[in-house]
Design a protein around this ligand. Structure first.
Ligand code: SF4
Length: 252
């Protein structure tokens, strides 16, 4: 399996070349009801999934042939679970001047080692779908030791220490639609550079909200810099290897 995929047309990042620090079957400490990768079945402890040298070889093979706006750490699960994330960031920095982003579920931001790793990036996109523990268990279904208070503490801590671009990504589905005001209030407190309002438009086990419903939700975020999945444009890009994209984004 190749650890590099894309570029993919991302509504929030432009032409995004993915680097997957998990690079195998899905591994996550969440089991979100809307996950396009299917149910979580693999034990989620921090460990090495793919050698940094393999990432180097995979990037080397294509970096001169692709046109991308950003390298995004993302793929077959939660990228902060890769214990060699620092090494992988080193490899990417050696090989390209492109900015590096990460899509994280925010579950490990309370840990100093993770903060120190992510602080090296240009753009951190952190998930916050819920305003309380009850809804966290209904929507994100984390492993037992991950609690809502811990996630919020991690988000606050990281926000204070990070100098790069900090975005909050919020996936809205039926279950959290009526909590938009509470989530917006938490977002306001965290003061991100950007809020990304999403609903699952790719094939997954739950229905997306309509454009109208997302418009109503967006009103709660007025005054903040927000973008929404229905209103953002996707660039046109051709991936180098369609199969590698399909492994991470099954509908492409
Ligand atoms: S955090 Fe991401 S990879 Fe993990 S279950 Fe949720 S959507 Fe899937």
């Amino acid at each position: 399996m190749n650890s590099v995929y894309g570029p993919v047309p991302s509504w929030r990042l432009g032409r995004s070349l993915g680097v997957d620090p998990i690079c195998g079957k899905k591994v996550c400490n969440f089991d979100c009801i809307y996950c396009q990768l299917g149910r979580t079945s693999r034990k989620a402890e921090r460990r090495k999934f793919v050698e940094a040298d393999k990432v180097r070889e995979d990037i080397e093979r294509i970096i001169d042939k692709v046109s991308a706006d950003v390298i995004t750490l993302s793929g077959t699960g939660e990228p902060t679970l890769a214990e060699n994330l620092n090494e992988i960031i080193d490899v990417i920095r050696e090989m390209t001047d492109l900015p590096i982003a990460i899509l994280t579920n925010s579950s490990l931001l309370h840990k100093n080692e993770i903060v120190n790793e992510l602080k090296r990036l240009d753009h951190v996109i952190a998930k916050l779908d819920v305003p309380n523990q009850n809804l966290l268990e209904k929507i994100n279904r984390p492993v037992e030791e991950i609690e809502f208070d811990l996630i919020l503490r991690g988000l606050r801590k990281f926000r204070n220490l990070f100098d790069g671009k900090f975005s909050l990504q919020i996936m809205f589905v039926k279950e959290n639609e009526r909590y938009a005001k509470e989530i917006a209030s938490l977002a306001r407190e965290l003061d991100p550079d950007e809020v990304q309002i999403n609903t699952p438009l790719r094939p997954c086990p739950v229905e997306p909200l309509s454009e109208n419903e997302i418009k109503k939700i967006s009103k709660n975020f007025e005054g903040m810099n927000f973008i929404s999945v229905y209103e953002s444009e996707r660039p046109r890009v051709k991936p180098m290897n369609k199969i590698e994209v399909l492994r991470r984004r099954p509908e492409e």
